[in-house]
Each structure stands twice: as C-alpha cells, then as structure tokens.
Ligand binder design. Structure first.
Ligand code: HPA
Length: 239
C-alpha cells in the first residue's frame, strides 16, 4: 500500500532508515554508498532508496525542511513500512566557539521553539532525547573511523531566518551545540511511536563567525557523517 506522500510498496523499506533533509543528498548516499540500490519512492521529488551496505539492507529517505515535513515521513515510514530505527543525517548551525564548520555533532537531546511537542504532549514540556543505543553506536562508529565528533544538546527552530538578536546568547549560555529545524519533533514522535531515533549533523553554518560550507561542497563535506551513521547500523544494540 502506498501513502499520501510515499509511493513505495509494502516491504520496499528496510527497518533502518537514514534520513537527510535534501532529496539529492539521499540520491548521493544511495548512489555512492549502497549496492543493488533501488529508488522506492519519489512523490513530490522526496526521494527514497533501498540497497545494501556491507551486506546490511538499509534505506535512505529524504524528509524535507522543518518539523512538519519531517514528521509526515517519519510517521508514514513507521505506520506503513514498519520502520523501527531512524537516524537523521542533517546539517546544522552553531554559535559555540569551540565547534567549527564541518564538525560532526551527535545530538543527545533537543529543545525547540516549535509548539508541536506541546500539541502532542498535552501542553506539557516533553524531554526530547535520542535513543541511547543509537547514540552509543554512533559514538563507537565515529571512534572506530577516527572521526572527531561532539555530543550534546540541540535547538530545533521553526525560523531559519530569526530576527531575535538575543537568541544566540541564550543558546550559548545553555551550551546548545547545534541548531537545526527537525530533531526535537522527530525525537518526540519516535518516543510516541516506540521506535529508535537519533540525529547526527554536520555544522554547515557558524552563526558567530558567519562561516558557511560552500553549497557546491556541501555534498562531499558530509561524507564523515554519512560513513559514521552507516557503520553505526552494522553494530548491535548493547542493552
Ligand atoms: N539554523 C537552523 N537550521 C540549520 C542551520 C541554521 O543556521 N544551518 C543548517 N540547518
């Protein structure tokens, strides 16, 4: 059965899905890292692929920008395609001086200015945290590959262009390492649906120094994060 937003057939997705925001990044990962790869969905050009990584069946599905878009795909993947593990592989901003452009951050928890978690959690504040096993496996995979990483808190914002000049000071004061637009919503939906989820992001924008990853280089700069997440899926949970 297809869904409103995904035209894959039942069984077309692996239980493990890596989710970049950008459909072309999904295509880049599928073409460069997976064998025997098949495009399984393309509604609205939101591309999804399934293939083999070192013998493990893995899917890559793009989720678009922002919590509302991300949650549509996460919910449909879980309800209709029995997905149980999702790793978001995104880009993020930072305002922390010891975090640099191209650094990789594993996102432990995420605060937000979005109302979605309160909408779902009866107007209470939900503690949006990653799955412990996925975080452990991301850390082990990064260490095995010798890739430097940070682990810490995120802030998921609805406003990419934010006029609040005090926000960065606030985020710095609370040691928020990364700013994205999806993780807080994804973590709470994953909790409600009883699946494992984690986010790992590459820093593409330094909001203090104004440095950015060049758009043309964005694809190749993300290889460290892609390799860490793929390798992490080959590790067993440590319960
Ligand atoms: N803010 C929010 N989301 C982002 C950013 C940012 O600066 N960079 C990449 N995703």
């Amino acid at each position: 059965m297809t869904t409103v937003h995904i035209n894959a057939k039942k069984g077309d997705f692996s239980d493990c899905v890596l989710m970049p925001g950008d459909p072309f990044r999904a295509r880049y990962i599928a073409k460069n890292y997976l064998k025997c790869v098949v495009e399984v969905t393309n509604v609205r050009s939101m591309l999804g692929y399934t293939g083999q990584y070192k013998g493990r069946r893995i899917s890559i599905m793009s989720h678009g920008i922002g919590i509302p878009s991300c949650l549509i795909y996460v919910q449909e993947l879980v309800f209709e395609y029995n997905v149980t593990k999702i790793i978001r592989i995104g880009t993020c901003g930072t305002c922390i001086s010891h975090v640099n452009i191209n650094d990789v951050i594993i996102c432990l928890g995420a605060s937000t200015d979005s109302k979605v978690n309160r909408l779902r959690f009866n107007d209470n504040d939900f503690s949006a945290v990653a799955d412990f096993n996925l975080v452990c496996n991301l850390k082990i995979a990064a260490q095995n590959l010798g890739i430097k990483f940070h682990v810490g808190n995120f802030f998921s914002t609805d406003l990419f262009y934010n006029k609040n000049i005090h926000l960065l000071d606030l985020l710095k004061r609370y040691s928020i390492l990364g700013i994205d637009m999806e993780t807080a919503g994804m973590y709470s939906l994953a909790a409600e649906l009883g699946i494992q989820s984690a986010s790992i992001c590459t820093v593409s924008d330094h909001l203090v120094t104004q440095e950015k990853i060049d758009y043309k280089k964005r694809e190749s700069c993300l290889n460290n994060m892609i390799e860490v997440s793929l390798e992490s899926l080959l590790l067993d949970d440590v319960n």
